[in-house]
Design a protein around this ligand. Structure first.
Ligand code: PHE
Length: 340
């Protein structure tokens, strides 16, 4: 027994700790309930009574030594880790951390949302998976309209038709079903069309559509709102023109062009030497569409418009291939780092 105690005592004295874990290992090994020292106390009952006094002293001494050693070890490792923190040179330059950049589509979308928010429009988004009614029927597309054709639409299910929305106008329908006028909203989102992918067109792209329905909304409101948008987005000198067009859900319908901001209207590659760039479709909401959504067309009128974000971004940053937006090549995306 005596030998055993001496051996343990030597071990304790020789114990070294560099790390906090090693100090903790010491405590676990010697001092915890099932540790070496408490189990020595367990053996105390086997000692002949006449030796008990002597061994009691030795054992208590050992216990105190171990406790003292543990305090020393702990203090030493704690001091060491404090020193480590002191060693950090706060004046050194920080490690280089590469920052990301916003995607050009997000940049342009956010700019557009900001502009419309300033004149009272709020953002509403609908689902990308739609039914035929929200995407087509409610928007006054007749049964055999070519846009319903398999060529343009990605169908998920037939009868009843479930599809990937081909425009965010379906979100306008959902909004009008849920709220009575006044409604003044914009609808940013992804849309899908079954088109061959080329430099000019893609099967996925982004739109921001807008809708304003209230009493006495007229074509003048439409023109002024979109004129304001064009000036904010392209600069105060921009000129706009409206050309008659056709959409099933608006009557009358128009397309809006802006004067080419690159050549100022003189003619260049971007405007195909016409001096004008087409940027959106628009029109007065067809009364049928209002009735389809339980809005009284005798009382309310409205206008709607739809802007293609890819097209606008391509023109703005002179990007010649729409596929660049979807390839996520860092060399392309990095170029927009300074734009917020
Ligand atoms: N929904 C049309 C499109 O996708 C755009 C549009 C919206 C036109 C609203 C007029 C009014 O092409």
């Amino acid at each position: 027994m005596k030998d055993k105690i001496e051996k343990i005592q030597a071990e304790i004295e020789a114990y070294r700790a560099e790390q906090p874990e090693q100090a903790e290992a010491f405590r676990l090994k010697y001092l915890t309930k099932k540790g070496v020292i408490p189990s020595l106390f367990g053996e105390f009952k086997n000692i002949p009574p006449e030796q008990k006094k002597e061994f009691g002293k030795i054992l208590n001494g050992l216990k105190q030594k171990a406790e003292q050693k543990y305090r020393e070890l702990k203090e030493a490792v704690d001091r060491k880790s404090d020193q480590l923190t002191d060693d950090i040179d706060l004046t050194l330059p920080a490690d280089f951390m590469p920052t990301g950049s916003r995607h050009p589509i997000s940049i342009v979308r956010n700019q557009m949302i900001d502009i419309f928010k300033r004149i009272g429009f709020t953002v509403y988004t609908g689902p990308e998976i739609e039914d035929d009614w929200h995407n087509f029927s409610a928007l006054n597309f007749v049964e055999d309209h070519p846009a319903r054709d398999m060529q343009d639409t990605f169908f998920i299910e037939k009868d009843p038709d479930i599809l990937l929305r081909t425009h965010t106008s379906s979100a306008q329908i959902r909004a009008m079903q849920q709220t009575q006028p006044p409604i003044r909203q914009i609808y940013p989102g992804r849309v899908f069309r079954n088109e061959a992918i080329s430099a000019r067109s893609h099967c996925i792209f982004h739109q921001i559509e807008g809708l304003y329905v209230d009493e006495n909304v007229s074509f003048v409101d439409l023109k002024q709102t979109l004129y304001y948008f064009a000036k904010e987005f392209y600069g105060q000198d921009v000129q706009v023109r409206f050309r008659p067009s056709y959409f099933p859900f608006t009557e009358p319908s128009a397309e809006m062009d802006v004067s080419c901001f690159l050549c100022g209207g003189k003619g260049c590659k971007i405007c195909k030497h016409t001096g004008w760039v087409e940027i959106l479709g628009c029109g007065m909401v067809d009364p049928n569409v209002l009735s389809n959504c339980n809005i009284n067309p005798e009382k309310y009128t409205g206008f709607a418009f739809g802007i293609g974000i890819e097209r606008t971004t391509m023109v703005k940053y002179q990007i010649e291939d729409i596929r660049l937006f979807f390839e996520n090549d860092v060399r392309f995306l990095e170029q927009f780092r300074s734009v917020v």
